[in-house]
Design a protein around this ligand. Structure first.
Ligand code: ARG
Length: 392
């Protein structure tokens, strides 16, 4: 009997070719397609995998878990990598690893496989996650091993073995998409001095072609979790999808960056994350209103560390677990509403409200309602400045 291997399957060229390649190496291939909110025809992908030779196909609907257990913790942590990347791809990898481990256990498979390349972050994220979740599984990474030197060689192999390749016009970019955003690289984007061509962006409208009037909307949070849009309650997946659609229509959430990869190289990538942009903007603003200064500033340090843990594939690490406890504790006060204004690619905060607000108008005001003790400032300054008083 041949050895069972569970392959993280997307339906794209690489993992389709991988089915055939692994079979030729003597494996019984079980394909596992994890739905994290990417677009695509899963039925078609399923029949394609069957046709190429997978013995079984699992389609795992992980959208709900992705939103609740991966996206929301990252939002509560204010985790953004190098200021521009909301970590859509990075967040999905530990979840895909978990799905692989689950299917492997169910099937009694000792091997798992994925379609990540040898110079990216994703191989690290998936394999380190697997180490933490299910030690004893062996990983075969075809893209690190196989003989194809180029996409054309891979296409030729696909043709030779009757592996269906999408007839639709092939994107010149490498795309990764899920509920939280789209990551786009390769092609002309590899030249960092060039502006991304219009066709590089997949879901957001060019701000130039967005509505002439601004759109206002209010996001309601409870303990750091977004619950409502304009007062209407939504489940996490629905709330994120809805904001993503609205934001995309207003050209929100594009970024173009040079990032430091875990494997040492710098890469250029562009991102679209309308919902992530809006939710992070609103969440941070609400925190500014309800958290005291010291907690707020300390939390910023934690946010940086947390974003690195996600990016570096250390989701299932003890540090991440401990930080979650701290972050959850900070979120107890983060309840309130933030009003956003979307207009031609920009998303700005125009209003904030919370029963836990630490903003006191009677202290902040310059009008006659002022209750701040101006006299007390004098003593405060004297003592605060004491270490710096000139001696001569
Ligand atoms: N650079 C991003 C990361 O490491 C995204 C990687 C996948 N991007 C892609 N276009 N396939 O998380």
């Amino acid at each position: 009997m041949s050895k069972k291997i569970v392959l993280a399957y997307s339906g794209g060229l690489d993992t389709s070719v991988a089915i055939k390649w692994l079979r030729d190496k003597g494996f019984d291939v079980i394909a596992c397609l994890v739905d994290v909110g990417q677009k695509g025809d899963f039925e078609k992908a399923k029949s394609k995998a069957k046709k190429i030779g997978a013995s079984k196909i699992y389609v795992v609907d992980a959208k709900d878990e992705f939103a609740k257990e991966f996206i929301l913790p990252a939002l509560k942590a204010d985790a953004v990598y190098e200021d521009k990347y909301f970590l859509a791809t990075a967040l999905s990898r530990p979840l895909i690893a978990k799905a692989l481990a689950d299917v492997a256990k169910k099937e009694g498979a000792r091997y798992v496989s994925h379609g990540c390349t040898g110079k990216g972050n994703d191989q690290v994220r998936i394999e380190v996650s697997l180490e933490a979740l299910a030690s004893g599984l062996s990983v075969i990474a075809p893209l690190r091993e196989w003989e194809f030197k180029s996409r054309n060689q891979e296409l030729a192999y696909a043709k030779k073995h009757n592996i269906p390749v999408e007839a639709t016009k092939k994107s010149p970019y490498s795309l990764d998409e899920n509920l939280w955003g789209v990551s786009i690289e390769c092609g002309v984007l590899e030249n960092p001095s060039k502006e991304p061509p219009k066709d590089a962006y997949q879901i957001t409208k060019d701000p130039k072609n967005t509505p002439a009037k601004p759109l206002y909307l209010t996001i309601g949070f409870e303990k750091g979790i977004p619950k409502t849009i304009n007062g209407r309650k939504y489940k996490p997946v629905d709330l994120i999808s809805k904001l993503s659609k609205i934001g995309a229509d207003y050209g929100i959430g594009r970024s173009d960056m040079i990032e430091n990869r875990l494997v040492g190289i710098k890469s250029r990538e562009i991102y679209e994350a309308p919902a992530a942009y809006m939710l992070h903007t609103a969440h941070k603003e609400l925190e500014a209103l309800v958290l005291d200064r010291e907690l707020s500033h300390f939390k910023e340090l934690i946010a940086q560390k947390y974003s690195e843990l996600i990016y570096y594939g250390l989701w299932y690490s003890p540090l991440k677990k401990s930080l979650d406890k701290f972050i959850d504790d900070t979120q107890k006060r983060v309840t309130g509403q933030i009003r956003l204004k979307l207009y031609k690619g920009s998303c700005t905060v125009v209003g904030r409200k919370s029963k836990n607000s630490l903003y006191k108008e009677e202290l902040a005001t310059y009008s006659e309602k002022d209750t701040f003790d101006h006299k007390a400032a004098e003593g405060f300054i004297k003592i605060w400045g004491l270490p710096y008083r000139r001696q001569s």
